[in-house]
Design a protein around this ligand. Structure first.
Ligand code: SAH
Ligand code: SF4
Ligand code: F3S
Length: 475
């Protein structure tokens, strides 16, 4: 494990210094005719944690005077917030960064910036420096609050700025936020991860686990509710261990209760829960808090104890199933989802079959399934991995086929029942809208009114494999 690091908060005077840089950049931008109404193209890869970080960086860019565009061709600043979780994620970033070269040739004033998990890796930083010389700014996950300073340095000196400092894991509060959605909001409650699952790069690129103070979270949650948002998703790599290392005595269940107590009509979701820290207390809290969705995303990764041990997950199949049984008993309509890795190094077909049997036993609403991807620097990268990718693809299909049957059955069970859902917008067919139930099932329904961003009751009339169809119940 890496050395112990400094964990805490970015000092207030540092945040103020960054705010001064925001002003300096604003002045520079408005003084240059060619940049008079600067446009930024921000693209985010990876998980919701990254999406949330991007919203904070967009908050900063917006204060500088940037407006946002979906068209990279007309941008004056391109920012890619990258992900390193699987090789495929990295390949996509390299491909897309490569394509930016042509844009830079057309527009010399274009600033190209890369940040996030993937570029936090020393070898990636060096590869970008050597082979992608048109990249102007590159910064890692620990310093994203310094974006104003980086842009100022680039604009004022023309020099490249590369910073992947990793010796401190600090939380930056009081940054402006530019939220992408108008009725669904992300709310980070903690950063980093200390679990070191043997396959996973996240603890290396994101640093040590650190929780935000509950007063800061509650203050942001109240702002979100006051602004009219209808759904808050609490984010962290392992929300169940929220509160460790804080001066206050608080755990995730207590935080949930405090957010549940905020007045207003909204739903609370959260992700991700690590089974090793998922307590009966948490399940009781979900059951008792009326605003908390009856959905638990509890990634199991494998259904075999030897593989779970090799993955360093710190729970057994039996313990996991025990939690699931408790959750089903306490919350009969609970919707369960999970992440699964197929083809972990050394996993045998028989061991993989234990995963399929667990999936059938739990009866998940949906699954996020991944073929194991080797990540340099992790423990699992050193393990012999003899099963071919082709073979793993066959196992993968076996698992997704099994889940398809389960999902279809679960959808069928919803038929005839009424669900409260949050309408998310228009569906593909005219006159139809898309909503999401508390259990996170997508429901397409007919309505003659646009109910986007509002809660409504929908009766399920028909089912497809992964989603259900319904009709609006008028009050
Ligand atoms: N903190 C979350 C997961 C974050 S990463 C948790 O512990 O549940 C999201 C998912 O990506 C993981 O749950 C895992 O299923 C998958 N994943 C992570 N590293 C991977 C790798 N090297 N290969 C394949 N899948 C991986
Ligand atoms: Fe990765 Fe495990 Fe941390 Fe999740 S809990 S981010 S899988 S190390
Ligand atoms: Fe990817 Fe980093 Fe999230 S590696 S999955 S963006 S924490």
């Amino acid at each position: 494990m890496p050395d112990k690091k400094i964990v805490g908060f970015v000092p207030e005077d540092e945040i103020l210094r960054q705010k001064e840089y925001i002003e300096l950049v604003r002045v520079i931008l408005s003084s240059r005719a060619e940049l008079s109404s600067p446009k930024a193209f921000v693209h985010t890869y990876g998980c919701q944690g990254n999406v949330s970080d991007s919203e904070r960086m967009k908050g900063v860019l917006s204060e500088m005077g940037y407006i946002f565009t979906d068209n990279s061709e007309e941008a004056d600043l391109i920012l890619f917030n990258t992900c390193a979780v699987r090789e495929h994620a990295e390949d996509r970033v390299f491909g897309n960064v490569g394509r930016l070269k042509a844009l830079k040739e057309k527009n010399k004033n274009l600033i190209i910036a890369l940040c996030g998990c993937m570029v936090q890796q020393e070898e990636v930083k060096e590869k970008i420096r050597k082979s992608y010389s048109f990249v102007d700014i590159l910064f890692g996950t620990r310093v994203f609050h310094k974006l104003p300073e980086f842009i100022y340095r680039k604009l004022s000196t023309g020099d490249k700025v590369f910073d992947i400092t990793s010796n401190s894991d600090l939380i930056a509060e009081n940054m402006p936020v530019h939220r992408d959605g108008s009725f669904k909001a992300w709310l980070p409650i903690m950063y980093g991860c200390d679990n070191f699952c043997s396959y996973c790069i996240v603890p290396y690129v994101r640093g040590r686990e650190r929780s935000r103070r509950s007063e800061d979270i509650l203050c942001e949650a109240k702002e979100i509710v006051a602004a009219g948002y209808k759904e808050i998703t609490l984010l962290g790599q392992n929300v169940n261990s929220y509160g460790k290392g804080l001066d206050e005595e608080i755990d995730f269940s207590e935080l949930l209760k405090k957010i549940n107590d905020i007045e207003g009509n909204f739903i609370i979701r959260f992700m991700t829960s690590h089974p090793k820290d998922c307590s009966k207390k948490l399940i009781d809290t979900i059951a008792s808090c009326e605003k908390v969705s009856s959905h638990l995303h509890l990634p199991v990764q494998s259904g075999n104890n030897r593989v779970l041990g090799m993955m360093n997950r710190k729970y057994t199949r039996e313990e996991y199933l025990g939690l699931i049984a408790y959750a089903k008993a306490k919350i009969p309509d609970i919707s369960l989802t999970s992440d699964i890795i197929v083809g972990f190094p050394g996993e045998t077909y028989e061991e993989f079959c234990d995963t399929v049997s667990l999936v059938k036993e739990v009866g998940y609403t949906s699954l996020f399934t991944f073929i194991y991807s080797k990540r340099n620097g992790t423990k699992a990268a050193a393990l012999p991995d003899e099963i071919s990718h082709k073979e793993k693809t066959v196992w993968f299909k076996e698992l997704t086929d099994a889940q398809e049957i389960i999902a279809e059955k679960r959808c069928r069970e919803m038929r005839g029942k009424v669900y409260r859902c949050l309408c998310e917008g228009k569906a593909r067919n005219d006159g139809e809208y898309v909503g999401r139930t508390s259990g996170n099932v997508i429901i397409e329904f007919t309505s003659d009114r646009d109910l986007t961003g509002q809660f409504c009751d929908v009766k399920v009339t028909d089912t497809l494999t992964w989603i259900v169809k319904g009709e609006l119940c008028e009050e």
